[in-house]
Design a binder for this molecule. Structure first.
Ligand code: HEC
Ligand code: HEC
Length: 259
């Protein structure tokens, strides 16, 4: 995948070559593609939690513009990243000189990419992780294989962006959409049910419990009903490496429905 990108990227550069000389100073042609790729991974691991995958979640800071008031030159920028910005929430990051250069290369060219995770990820490897080490199929289902406990992800790439998916895997509770919040029900009979709502009308609620059983309860039988704020999905932030997260996101983005 990165290889294909590199080829496309170089083809693009060749096509616009003569024009780009006028902007040689700030054009992506100055940075080796391998540095940009490494920078994208470092960005995902160290910066995206605050700046977002798209670089636009800190108010007043738009990383995709590639120009920074406090760092006109690449050297200034590398220094700013390692020292942070004292007196603000922008932290110092421990980076080797090579890593700082890679991040600079990525920041200066970020506008050319939709998402570092997709750019740097390999969806074939991502599928392997989804079914294997990531244990995703113990709860989720894709194209008729996997479990029903958690939402079916067969078309998640058509409904959610890479930025959301990236955050979802690392911080499931903070990114729960209201419809997916788990429910805890206690019936008047004393029976407790934990599960996920599939449907709800005036009189009844249909849900699927944690053993994959489809259950319908009459609202008139319900004694307690609560919607939980904590996702049953574990965070994979420390279980998967940066490259693995990128591969997974690449795979999820590719899921656009049954084919
Ligand atoms: C804990 C949150 C946090 C993390 C992690 C973080 N930043 Fe920031 N960053 C900020 C905040 C907040 C600002 C704005 C500071 C201000 O001007 O008040 C900022 C500012 C910046 C700026 C300056 C923009 C300008 O125009 O001067 C750059 C560039 C930047 N961050 C890049 C990065 C990179 C690259 C990383 C990863 C190595 C990173 N940041 C990690 C919070 C963070
Ligand atoms: C223990 C069960 C469990 C495991 C394991 C699990 N998930 Fe989830 N996941 C859930 C549940 C429950 C939800 C719905 C609640 C929520 O959004 O957090 C969910 C939600 C999601 C969503 C959001 C769906 C949407 O429509 O917004 C995505 C994406 C997702 N999971 C991806 C993954 C991936 C990728 C893995 C493997 C790395 C994984 N999950 C592993 C239980 C799990």
């Amino acid at each position: 995948m990165p290889r294909l990108h590199r080829i496309l990227f170089l083809t693009l550069l060749a096509a616009i070559g003569p024009v780009s000389h006028a902007h040689a100073q700030d054009h992506s042609g100055n940075y080796p593609p391998i540095a940009i790729e490494n920078g994208a991974l470092l960005y995902g691991a160290n910066c995206a939690q605050c700046h977002g995958i798209g670089g636009d979640t800190v108010p007043g800071v738009a990383l995709k513009t590639g120009t920074f008031k406090r760092a006109p030159t690449d050297q200034d920028l590398a220094r700013l990243l390692t020292t942070g910005i004292p007196g603000t929430a922008m932290p110092a990051t421990r980076l080797s000189p090579g890593e700082a250069d890679s991040l600079v290369a990525y920041l200066r060219t970020m506008r050319d990419f939709n998402s570092p995770a997709v750019m740097a990820g390999n969806s074939t490897r991502g599928r392997g992780l989804f079914e294997g080490k990531g244990t995703c199929t113990t709860c989720h289902r894709v194209n008729a294989s996997g479990s029903h406990v958690a939402p079916d992800l067969s078309d998640v790439g058509a409904n959610r962006g890479a930025d959301f998916l990236w955050r979802k895997i690392q911080d499931p509770s903070a990114t729960m959409i209201p419809l997916n919040r788990p429910v805890h029900i206690v019936l008047k009979s004393g029976r407790a049910i934990d599960g996920r709502r599939l449907n709800e009308d005036t009189y009844s609620i249909q849900l699927i419990d944690n053993q994959e059983r489809l259950i319908s309860v009459m609202k008139s039988d319900v004694k307690e009903f609560s919607i939980l704020k904590t996702s049953p999905m574990p965070s994979f932030k420390d279980r998967l490496a940066g490259q693995e997260l990128a591969d997974l996101v690449s795979f999820l983005v590719s899921l656009k429905g049954e084919n």
